[in-house]
Design a protein around this ligand. Sequence first.
Ligand SMILES: NC(=O)c1ccc[n+]([C@@H]2O[C@H](COP(=O)([O-])OP(=O)(O)OC[C@H]3O[C@@H](n4cnc5c(N)ncnc54)[C@H](OP(=O)(O)O)[C@@H]3O)[C@@H](O)[C@H]2O)c1
Length: 334
Amino acid sequence: MNVAVVGATGVVGETILTVLQERKVPVNRLGAFASRDRSAAVRFRDEALDVHATSLDALRDFDVVLFASGEDQSEAFGRALAQNSQIVIDNSSAFRMDADVPLIVPEVNAAAVRPEHRIFPVANCTAIVLVMALNPIKKAAGLRNVNVATYQAVSGAGRAGLEELAEGENAWKDDRPARPPAAFVAPIFRNVVPQIGSLDPLGDTGEEKKVVAETRKILELPKVRIAAMTVRVPVRYAHSEAVFVKTDEETSVDELARAFEKAPGLVYHREGIVTPLEVEGQDLVHVARLRSVEGSRRHFQLWVVGDQVRKGAATNAVQILQLLHDRGMVGVRV
Ligand SMILES: NC(=O)c1ccc[n+]([C@@H]2O[C@H](COP(=O)([O-])OP(=O)(O)OC[C@H]3O[C@@H](n4cnc5c(N)ncnc54)[C@H](OP(=O)(O)O)[C@@H]3O)[C@@H](O)[C@H]2O)c1
């Protein structure tokens, strides 16, 4: 199959190229696109590829177009490509909550893919890491309430986020004032920033609203009560989440531990802790510190860590592609 990656020079796009290669996805021709032309600017299977400016005409040639740029490019081209029977896998939030569009995390809701679907958004990275841990709990005992506080890596804001943390560190080492923050709403080096995205009149951020709405959609639990507090921390890769749940039915730490141990894509740590530094670069989501709240059989808390550039974006996108390819949906007219 012929595959295009829009945003191939970015943090997610470059990781998509790596994951396509690692997973030996049968790509005949790979087209790399970004905002402008550049020669030999990205690598795929040990080859330096030219990057091209993105246009609808250029994207028409491909069976699959993976978007890893911004909402604007996805909105400009996504529906037109899908109408042309091309598969669109989109890391932006442009289509995630559209009623006719599934929001697929393959380990959780692969069954939501239907043959007529052509647009496949990749959910918010924090929501993907969260649902990987919530789904085994949902299956074991149902979910009534979820509270989550996040500790999100700077690479969640792309290259600009990584550069802003590095610049803060360099300024501190050089004993000079850092440039004013741009990728984040406050300085991130030696700090913690409890606002990701803009605030709405009720005081929720854009990131928090995405986590709540998308988690409900993926888990097919429109009524589950979710409170999210999303926070940026000076970590380069991998989001961590402190999660507090109330189940529908009574259960136990042992039963939930067994559910986590059986869950695909998850590593459960019965003992000890897990940190983002260890999880960086991995496709697996890790769960640790599972315990009951004061002996309750319905209230539990846990610690979840996943690399949001890998499982939260690039890997999930490639897994969707593999799923569609296995089902014979690539290159098929609808
Ligand atoms: N970073 C994460 O952890 C993460 C997780 C989940 C989802 N996402 C989403 O994934 C997408 C990419 O994020 P990122 O973190 O990889 O950002 P990034 O590092 O800033 O990369 C952005 C990419 O978009 C390209 N681009 C910018 N303007 C463009 C245009 N007009 N036409 C075509 N391409 C254009 C850039 O190309 P140039 O080099 O030409 O500027 C670059 O390749 C975003 O929608 C983001 O919300 C990111």
